[in-house]
Write a protein that binds this ligand. Structure first.
Ligand SMILES: Nc1ncnc2c1ncn2[C@@H]1O[C@H](COP(=O)(O)OP(=O)(O)OP(=O)(O)O)[C@@H](O)[C@H]1O
Ligand SMILES: [Mg+2]
Length: 393
């Protein structure tokens, strides 16, 4: 089955270079590979020193390069969705397509839909995604969930949509769509979003890889990024520390820098203890051209099974206990004071710093109340009890 690898991290840390190295390595292993960029400020063309078009182009055997133009794919592939969104937006009769760019995250959503379609096509065994810097990637990844959540609240969705929610198996619901014609546009779009979410969160399909550098600001942002990615239950399964000064550099100017870097590398390894960590040396020149990209492969990636997902099993789960249920959410590096939890009729809402996620409650838990919330060892545990029992506490 084909796999998606998404590279994210702070601006300028080396996402594009590291993603490119994975793509070259992968094609060398004989896997049909696509290196695709969703960053509006594309620079795959710079790295491979060539001009890229609006469609994937062949770089070498088993490797295609593709800089997605969301406006182009929107017009080309997703006109129906576009008109559906047009109908949903207030004060718009769907005529003014240009306005969609105004909704944050909307354009990039089409890049993700395109990637999902490419994944479906089965043409590639590995799809390697080079993203825009952290914040944008996070809003991009959480957008399908957010939008489908709003749609659920705003529109009374038919039975078909509801059926999808319970078995949560894409194989299953693909089979269950013969009456597609009957579905309204909105339901179709909703299903597409749910499916996209599933694909991005499916640990058997998608890996999120963090790229960092050993310096204070980057370490801090990488920790936050990891925390938020986990809040949304994305499968982060690797960390790359780029621009590590070689030990034997033999220049006293770097003596102190070597110590500083060591300190931050140690911090990163501690904060990301459960992830495989891969260090990439700082080179004397920019990473440009296939040779430079191959150098990263040889020095840092070869022989390391970087395409394997080391993290097994889901991290967010509801489990039944003697007196009710417990929801566990993995939240590495989270601080109590940044965390707020509350329950609505249909969801548990978790606010962490600037981000809020709504986790829909399974039907069984609709009559349950949260009775305690504990944050321990990077895990948030919420206990639920039957409303009647909870009231007698
Ligand atoms: N290990 C390295 N040694 C030397 N130069 C590097 C290394 N890694 C990346 N660079 C250079 O640093 C610059 C930024 O790298 P890159 O474009 O890969 O980062 P990015 O995270 O994708 O940036 P952006 O956030 O702008 O997309 C580029 O000029 C690249 O050639
Ligand atoms: Mg980049």
């Amino acid at each position: 089955m084909s796999r998606i690898y998404i590279f994210t991290g702070k601006g300028g840390v080396g996402k594009t270079s590291v993603a490119a190295a994975h793509a070259v390595l992968s094609s060398g292993e004989g896997k049909r590979t696509l290196l695709v960029s969703t960053d509006m400020a594309h620079n795959l063309g710079d790295v491979f020193e060539r001009k890229l078009g609006k469609e994937p182009v062949r770089q070498q055997e088993n490797l295609d390069l593709y800089e997605i133009d969301p406006n182009y794919v929107m017009e080309q592939d997703f006109r129906d969705i576009l008109s559906c969104i047009g109908k949903m937006l207030p004060d718009s009769s769907g005529k003014n397509m240009e306005d969609f760019g105004m909704v944050p995250g909307m354009e990039e959503l089409f890049s993700l839909l395109k990637i999902a379609d490419i994944w479906d096509s089965g043409v590639y065994e590995r799809i390697i995604v080079d993203c825009a810097p952290t914040g944008e990637t996070l809003s991009l990844l959480k957008f399908p969930e957010l939008l489908s959540w709003y749609m659920e609240k705003l529109f009374p969705l038919g039975k078909v949509a509801m059926r999808v929610l319970s078995p949560v198996s894409k194989r299953l619901f693909q089979l269950e769509l013969p009456n597609r014609q009957a579905m309204s546009d909105i339901e179709r779009m909703y299903l597409k979003l749910i499916r996209l979410q599933e694909l991005l969160k499916d640990r058997n399909t998608t890996s999120i890889r963090l790229v960092a550098m050993p310096e204070k600001m980057v370490v801090e942002e990488t920790k936050r990024n990891y925390m938020y990615m986990n809040l949304y239950n994305f499968n982060v399964d690797g960390l790359y520390i780029n621009r590590v000064i070689p030990e034997n550099i033999g220049n006293p100017f770097f003596d102190e820098w070597l110590n500083i870097q060591k300190k931050y590398i140690a911090q990163l390894k501690e904060s990301f203890a459960e992830l495989p960590v891969c260090c990439i040396p700082w080179y004397e020149e920019e990473v440009r051209g296939v040779k430079a990209v191959e150098r990263i492969c040889e020095d840092a990636l070869s022989g390391k099974e970087v395409f394997r997902s080391a993290i097994q099993g889901g991290r967010e789960q509801f489990e039944q206990v003697e007196d009710g249920y417990i929801l566990t959410v993995f939240m590495p590096n989270a601080q109590k004071e940044d965390l707020e939890v509350y329950q609505t009729e249909t969801d548990v809402a978790i606010r962490l710093g600037n981000y809020k996620r709504n986790i829909p409650l399974p039907n069984t838990l609709k009559s349950y109340l949260i009775t305690s919330a504990r944050l321990e060892e990077g895990k948030l545990r919420l206990s639920f009890r039957q409303e009647s029992d909870a009231g007698t506490q």
